[in-house]
Structures are given as C-alpha cells and as structure tokens.
Design a protein around this ligand. Structure first.
Ligand SMILES: NC(=O)c1ccc[n+]([C@@H]2O[C@H](COP(=O)([O-])OP(=O)(O)OC[C@H]3O[C@@H](n4cnc5c(N)ncnc54)[C@H](OP(=O)(O)O)[C@@H]3O)[C@@H](O)[C@H]2O)c1
Length: 408
C-alpha cells in the first residue's frame, strides 16, 4: 500500500471545490508519479470544519479562502508546524511574502503558490525553478484577465468602458465589484510576487505604483487601431540601471510585433527577458475554478514528489523612483491660433520632446494627438500637470504609455 499524504483544504468555493474534485479524480495518477497517495483529510469553510483538527491531521494545507484574515494566521501556523502550504492567494503573498518565507524556512516546510499569478500558466515555476539561476532583466505581464477582456471588446466592437465592463460581468469575467481588477490593484499584487521571484529581492506592494483602465475612451482604441497598436493593461518589472528595479502596472500601447500584443480576451500572458534566454512567453487561461485548481494540484504534486523551490533573496536592489517611457497624449482643445505653440512650450520647458503630432477635427471637435519620445515619467507628469491648467483645454488631458519597437 502506498503511503498516504493527507491534504487539508481550507475553502470550498470556486477553486476549493474544483480542487477537491480534481484531487480525488487524479489521486491514482499522483500515486503513480510520486509513489504516495493524496487523501483529503478535512475541508474548512466559513460554516463547517475546525482548523486545528484539520491542521493536526494534514501533511499539506491548501489555502483557498482568499484575503488576509484568517488566511494569514492559518498559513503561518501551518508553516511554523512544518506543514507544507499551497495557496492561490495573491494578496497574502504580495503583502506578507517575507514573513511567510521566513516561517516556511523556520518550519522546514514548502510554500508554493503557482495559482496566485496567471492562473493555469506555470509562470511561477518557470521563473522560480527553471530560470532560478538565470539573471532576469525584465518581466512583462498581462496578469489580469478581466481588464484584458474589457480592452479587447472595446477595441473589437467599439464599446465604451462601461458597456464592455457590463458585458464582462454578464459573462462572469468580472466580479460584481470589479474595483481591484479594473483599477490595477490585482495586477500590482501579482507583479510584486513575480518581481520578487525574478530579481530575488523583496518588493513591497506599496512600492508598485499602478493605474487602471477606467479612464480609457473608445477614442484611444480607435487611435490604436489606426496605427496597428494594441492596448493592454501591462505589468512591468525590470532592472533599470545600477542596483535598481522598477515594478509598475499601467495601460499601454504595444507595437504589433510585441509578444504580448496578440493576447486577447480573458487570457493572461507573461514574457520573461534575459540575455541567457532572449525571451520566453507563456500564455493561457488566467482564472476559473478548474483552471486554477489544476495549478494548485501541480503544486501539491511538487510537494509530494519532493524537491524544494528556491527562495533565495540574493540581491540588494532599490526600487527606482523614476523611469523613462514614451507617451501618447490626447488633448481636446479650442481650435484657435497659438494652441499648439503653447502646448509645445510647456513640453519643451520640461524637456519632453515630441515625436509626432496630428490635429483631428475643427472647432468644438478639435483634438491634438501627440506621441512623445521616451522621457522621464516625472518630467512628463510635471508637463501634464501644467497642460491640464491651460485655459483652452476642453477636457482634462489623457495620456497613455507606449512601447514601440524602435524605442527598444
Ligand atoms: N476564482 C478564480 O478564478 C481564482 C483564480 C486565481 C486565484 N484565485 C484565488 O483563490 C482563492 C479562492 O478563491 P475563490 O474564487 O474560490 O473564492 P470563493 O469562491 O469566495 O471561496 C472562498 C471559500 O473560503 C471560505 N471562507 C471564507 N471565509 C472563511 C473563514 N473565515 N474561515 C473559513 N473559510 C472561509 C468560504 O466559505 P463558504 O463556502 O462557507 O462561504 C468559501 O468556501 C482566492 O485567494 C483567490 O484570489 C481564484
């Protein structure tokens, strides 16, 4: 008889119930590959089960409750007692990663969290294990399926943001309260986790500035379409000079050849760049009960099969306060002489140089669309702040970052 590995499941919601079903269906297969047979030792929900009993009877604790309280307490207690933990909880990792890693080390336990970032795509394993010894320069991610679905539909059907959001909610791609997804907070938590693994340096969630997609207008997507660009909510984690990294989330125009440009609908994708490997791009479903459960099961199998992921924090890296980016700027202006000269003067004062400018419409419809050369984000936002105060503007200025091939 194969040795039994007891798996305690915390949470029986979308992912918890899918995971339980999958674990039971795949127990024979896991036994075949690992020589040990997983069995469910207990299930906890808000209405049933006792955590202490489940903890005492489990070798592995799978946390699928979500949020911080009580998940943090349960996970910390499990790790300190030397029980391996598998979790899908990005908030827990992004906000309490360091203390969890310390607890895992002290308890001699494994902590695995493949499902916390990019659902079914094995991006954590690739960054942490396969590329564990490779110096990673940059990680680009479309790590929020809700926003990618909304932007895809806005581009495809010319829907407004509100219409596309409603459609996403009707189809189950967006929650009733979509704030964390559309505002960029969800993507920021995932990028903090990825950056920490990619650079071996602690990145706190507060150090990840983020912007969402709520302000994107059909006009912006029409412009993108005209130039063959796509618009994505992008997470970027990169080395930016001596001992510095930058981790950010923002909507961004991408040139057509960019590996993340074709990723559409509720899909996720992550691209890793390093001189050693050039680049690797992984894409797939970012959420869903069965999809997420499959990533959780993969972690459980890794724990059962033995072998420990790397948790090296090997570098002293600071988070950069400013980086360079190219920008698109959309200005609705009064159609009168001197307007363009005044905008150019403000940009010039802030050392922002213009790559292209077009005027669309006349009279009350006049719009200036400008694309800047890469510039310090700080200088660009100083210019934007001044432009926002110019009296001939008919609405607040809108800017979106641009990643174009020739800008590298
Ligand atoms: N859903 C996805 O597609 C997806 C994708 C990637 C990652 N995740 C992550 O997976 C985790 C679980 O998400 P989910 O969608 O499965 O959530 P969910 O459907 O809301 O399920 C949460 C479960 O936790 C239980 N629970 C809540 N508070 C509890 C408490 N105080 N004590 C014990 N149990 C408690 C709930 O109990 P009741 O059953 O009694 O309500 C429920 O069974 C989250 O960290 C989420 O971010 C989800």
């Amino acid at each position: 008889m194969a040795e039994t590995v007891n798996v305690g499941i915390l949470g029986k919601g979308t992912v918890g119930s899918a995971f339980r079903k999958l674990l039971e269906e795949r127990a024979d297969m896991v036994e075949e590959v690992s020589g040990r047979r997983p069995a469910v030792s207990g299930v906890l929900s808000s209405k049933e089960g006792d955590f202490d009993e489940i903890l005492a009877g489990s070798d592995i604790v799978v946390e699928l409750i979500g949020g911080i309280d009580p998940a943090l307490d349960y996970v910390m207690r499990a790790l300190r007692e030397g029980k391996h933990v598998v979790t899908a909880n990005k908030q827990l990792l992004a906000q309490h990663g360091e203390e969890l890693v310390v607890a895992a080390r002290e308890g001699g336990a494994q902590l695995r969290f493949e499902a916390a970032v990019a659902g079914a795509i094995p991006v954590i394993r690739v960054v942490q294990e396969s590329l564990g010894a490779v110096p990673i320069e940059k990680v680009f991610g479309i790590v929020n399926g809700t926003t990618n679905y909304i932007l895809t539909e806005m581009a495809r059907s010319g829907l407004s943001y509100q219409e596309a959001l409603k459609q996403a909610q009707d189809l189950g791609y967006a929650e009733a309260d979509p704030t964390d997804d559309v505002g960029g907070a969800d993507a920021a938590a995932k990028m903090a986790i990825l950056a920490r693994l990619a650079f071996g340096a602690p990145v706190r969630l507060e150090e990840v500035p983020y912007e969402g997609i709520e302000q994107i207008k059909p006009d912006d997507l029409a412009y993108a379409k005209e130039l063959g660009l796509s618009l994505k909510l992008l997470g970027v984690a990169e080395r930016v000079g001596d001992g510095q990294i930058s981790v950010r989330v923002f909507p961004c125009f991408l040139y057509p050849g960019h590996p993340l440009s074709p990723i559409e609908g509720p899909f996720n994708a992550v691209m890793v760049e390093s001189p050693a490997i050039t680049e690797i791009t992984m894409s797939g479903p970012g959420a869903g009960g069965p999809e997420t459960a499959s990533a959780v099961l993969g972690d459980v199998v890794s724990v059962i099969a033995g072998g420990s992921p790397l948790f090296e924090e090997n570098e002293k890296l600071d988070v950069a306060e400013d980086v360079e980016m190219a920008f698109y700027l959309h200005l609705e202006v009064e159609d009168r002489p001197g307007v363009l000269a005044k905008v150019a003067e403000v940009l010039g004062d802030n050392e922002v140089s213009v790559r292209s400018v077009v005027q669309r419409g006349r009279g009350d419809d006049a719009t200036l669309i400008m694309v800047m050369h890469p510039v310090s984000e700080r200088r660009f936002s100083a210019a934007l702040e001044r432009i926002g105060r110019l009296e001939f503007l008919r609405s607040p200025p809108r800017s979106i970052r641009v990643i174009e091939e020739e800008f590298g």
